[in-house]
Design a protein around this ligand. Structure first.
Ligand code: MBD
Ligand code: FE
Length: 308
């Protein structure tokens, strides 16, 4: 990577030095990535004749983003987290291996170590006036055989689109549970029907989205991590059909295979069997897992998260 500085233009020389290419220490991959990023940034500054004032607005924006802990939210909103999914899908397709339930983004609001139950759990703390949701399904392999001992880690928003932990007004682990499947591979939870999420209206992510003419809303959805010994970890979500933002998600997570139809249950016998007082909404969603090639694939990807 050593280039004769005499033959470099002033900018090329600057970028080589500032990205560490001319230094002996440090990580070569990082140096090369920094070099590309800085080169692209300078090219953009030149192409748009970015003013000093605009540049410092952008620098200050990064401070605001970090100050509000919204960098991961912006990564979702700019479609970069979805782009990682597109790449993972592409690699999977190229490998020619069978695929199971499709992945979609994790988003920035997971909290690890939610209470663990066998087969069933109630997810809501009962404090909110909301439509009761009975969510159930099965974890299987690609042949449809039940997977026992799978952990279905579920998290979703309340009726205001807020997530416990991040929304301090909610109780600890409200609307967050892990269910371990038994021999039949089934999971079931009693919860409340979530509403869609909207970015904090006074935050830096919404500020940028508004400035480029976009909204910061997501359709009503439920997040899942599904994992089991011998199977590839699955990060996915389901969207509840009928939401106005179903195909207009600011985070680009909707996939046709991940849309679930909420069904109104009016049969009181069914309600009573479930311990629910009357009419409620049922949502069915099952997961097909792919066999793991190694134990690393069984784990969720590394990423800074709360409580792990
Ligand atoms: C969410 O609930 C979410 O799932 C994503 C991806 C981004 C912001 C809020
Ligand atoms: Fe979410």
């Amino acid at each position: 990577m050593s280039v004769n500085p005499v033959h470099q233009t002033e900018l090329e020389s600057l970028l080589a030095i500032s990205s560490g290419l001319n230094s002996t220490g440090g990580n070569d991959r990082l140096k090369n990535i920094m070099h590309q990023l800085l080169s692209d940034l300078c090219k953009t500054i030149k192409q748009f004749d970015v003013t000093d004032e605009e540049f410092w607005v952008a620098v200050n924006y990064l401070n605001e983003l970090g100050g509000r802990q919204e960098a991961a939210l912006l990564a979702a909103g700019l479609g970069l987290e979805h782009y990682l999914d597109m790449r993972a899908d592409e690699k999977e397709a190229a490998s020619g291996n069978d695929v199971g339930t499709p992945r979609t983004i994790e988003g920035p609001l997971y909290v690890a170590n939610a209470p663990l139950s066998e087969g069933f759990a109630r997810m809501d703390d009962g404090k909110e006036q909301a439509e009761t949701m009975w969510l159930q399904g099965q974890v299987t392999d690609l042949q449809g055989n039940p997977v026992a001992g799978a952990i279905v880690d579920i998290w979703h928003a309340n009726t205001l689109g807020g997530y416990s932990f991040f929304d301090q007004s909610q109780s600890e682990y409200n609307l967050r549970r892990r269910i371990r499947t038994g021999d039949d591979g089934h999971y079931a939870v009693r919860s409340i029907v979530p509403c869609g999420y909207g970015c904090p209206p006074d935050g830096p992510t919404q500020k940028l989205l508004t400035a480029i003419g976009r909204h910061g809303n997501r359709p009503a959805h439920v997040h899942f991590f599904v994992s089991a010994p011998g199977y590839k970890h699955l990060t996915t979500q389901i969207n509840l059909n009928g939401d106005e933002y179903l195909w207009d998600d600011f985070a680009f997570a909707t996939r046709a295979e991940l849309i679930a139809d909420p069904v109104k249950v009016t049969d009181n016998t069914v309600a009573r069997e479930r311990g629910i007082d009357g009419e409620h909404t049922e949502v069915n969603f099952s997961f097909a897992l792919v066999g793991a090639a190694d134990s690393n694939e069984e784990e969720r990807g590394k990423r800074a998260r709360v409580k792990e």
